[in-house]
Structures are given as C-alpha cells and as structure tokens.
Design a protein around this ligand. Sequence first.
Ligand SMILES: Nc1ncnc2c1ncn2[C@@H]1O[C@H](COP(=O)(O)OP(=O)(O)O)[C@@H](O)[C@H]1O
Ligand SMILES: [Mg+2]
Length: 364
Amino acid sequence: MSFIEMKNICKKYAGAEKNSVTDFNLNIEEKEFIAFVGPSGCGKSTTLRMIAGFEEITSGELKIGGKVMNETAPRDRGIAMVFQNYALYPHMTVEKNISYGLKNMKVPANEIKKKVDWAIKILGLEEYRKRKPKNLSGGQRQRVALGRAIVKNQKVFLMDEPLSNLDAKLRVSMRNEISKLHRELGSTTIYVTHDQVEAMTMADRIVIMKDGVVQQVGKPMELYEHPVNKFVAGFIGSPQMNFYDVTINGNAVQFADGSKIILPENIIAKLNGKKDGLILGIRGEDIKLDSQNLDLYKNSVQHAVVENTEVMGNENNLYFTFGGVNTVARVSKYEISKVGDKIDFVFSPARIHFFDKETEKSIF
Ligand SMILES: Nc1ncnc2c1ncn2[C@@H]1O[C@H](COP(=O)(O)OP(=O)(O)O)[C@@H](O)[C@H]1O
Ligand SMILES: [Mg+2]
C-alpha cells in the first residue's frame, strides 16, 4: 500500500466542455518528494486542489494513508498547503502569522509556542520574529508562509508554485531550503511548478502533465535520458532538445536540407525498418565540436555558421541553422565561437533519440 493512492482521478469543472484532468493515476510513497510539472493550464493546480479537498473530485478515487478521502473535508485530510499567492496577515508579526492557524485549531498555548519556536529556528527567522510582513524581504515572507504550513505538522505537504513570486537568485536559495526542510520534516510532499529546473533539482520523482493528462512519471534523470515522447523530451532540459524531420536511407540519416549523417548499424537496427515519418532529437550537449569526436565520427562531420551565442561561462550555447532548423549546441568554455564563425560538429550517435512523427512517441 502506498501512502497516497490516486486512481483514475478526473476533473470536469461545472460548465466546462472537457476535462481539466483525465485519469490521473499515481502512487506516492511515504516521505517522497513529488513534483507535478507542465505548462500553464495543464491541470497541476487542479490535481493538487483535489488532493487537498478544495476542489471536488469528479470521478476516481483518492486514498491517503489507506483511507478513501474523496468526501473528506480538507482539515481532516492531514495536509498542509502553501499556495502560489499566499497572503500573510499584514498587521501581524512573523510569529503571530505563524501561530495564527494553530490558535484557530485550538492548540494549547504552550504547544503553540514550542512549535512556533521550532519553525522560526528551522527557517532561520529568529531575527525577524517581531517584524511585520512589510518589513521583510520576499524570501523572508516566503519562509513565513512555509512556517505557517509546517507548524501544522501534517503528514502531507502540498505546495503550489510557492517560489513563483521570487526573483531568480532567491528561487535558487529557497529551492535548497525547501529540499533541506523536506529532509528534516520527512513529510510526504507534492510540489507544483511550471519550471522544469525546480522539478529536476528538488523531486525524487517527477510527474509531467500536458492537457490534463500525465505523460510520464519517473526520476529526474529517467525523464531526461528516456523521455517517452517528444513533449517530455522538449519540456525537460534547457536549452531545449533539437528536433529534425528525417528519413533513413541505408545507414544514413537524411535531413530536410540534404545533410546526411551515418549511424552505426546497431542504432539503425533499433528503428525496426522504419524509414520515414521520423523525428530525430538531440540535446545541445550531445552535439560535439572537439577534435576527438570530430575524428571519431569523421564520416558525419557537419558544418555551419554561428548565428548567435549565449555565453554564461559555465554554460555556453551556439546557435546555427542545421537540417533546416534553428539548432543549439552547448559547448565548453574552450569551444566558444563568435557570430559568423564557421564550425564543424558531429552528433554523438549513442545520444540520438528518435520519435514517431505521427504519434510523437519515443522509439528510443
Ligand atoms: N475554477 C475553474 N473553473 C473552470 N475551469 C477551470 C477552473 N480552474 C481551472 N480551470 C481550467 O482547468 C485547466 C487546468 O487549470 P490549472 O489546474 O489551474 O492548470 P495549471 O495549474 O497546470 O496551470 C485550465 O484549462 C483552466 O482554465
Ligand atoms: Mg497552477
């Protein structure tokens, strides 16, 4: 038995023409950190709100701790939730904001104090406990919002885009803090985000959704290395995977602009004789410019002119046209070129993905 069990959960909002969530199936183990990720409008918040009990489940079954929860009131589900647009009480200090919910739950005063002290310590808010929200930074406010949720000491912790209002640097540090908090609290956590980097860096397992339908569930690197379809391949990873319409001719892959690369027999064999209706996918870091790779795959060396660059130091992207489409290669700091430079490159054969153009399903 898993701690949270979701079976064929569907949501159709009153008056809506179609489902916002369709047949959501997932088992979550105790203490797991799960991320729901996908583009805006794909049904992440709806699913989370059904788990929390703020949104009715149209059909399907939700169990928490072995008990069916479909009709259970939110406060009796053993959950704490942090919303995207959390609102702190502006007239209350940090400690009052954190303790307020517990007072409402009629928790004895000495216990409230203990819990609030604990939360303030764990979140590093000691210096700010007497301050009001307007005198706090965005990150500090966000920690107060987390504090309000963690003092409830529930077994399930739900977070809906809790970092989306913070600037980039703060998001990175809060990401770490939430991961640390999860390790300390051990509560089963579901974290909703549209940001694949957050999902990749924080989650034990990622659930990736599109149009209300789960596309794939897996560990971050499973999704990165073995996406089940083109959507997952394109959504996970930055810069995005490069995609090309191709056909197969013997051992050669033919691109729309006439370019050709030769692939080893064993890779071609995996296509099971399929010759057209194919999309080739390759990540930027698997396009190689170094002399060793150019030498190794000298039958398939390609040429292009750099059209744009993004130089960040640790991460450097070269943009150019290949196979008829805009292509990005991720290169080391020793291989940075300028706009207008001619480059030679190869696709690392073992790192190539193929998708069926019609179904967009991954072939390998
Ligand atoms: N209260 C509502 N009534 C009708 N449709 C809604 C409601 N809330 C969300 N939706 C629709 O359900 C779909 C999923 O929304 P949502 O779960 O908020 O997506 P996400 O959180 O992934 O951005 C969207 O098409 C959205 O317009
Ligand atoms: Mg949402």
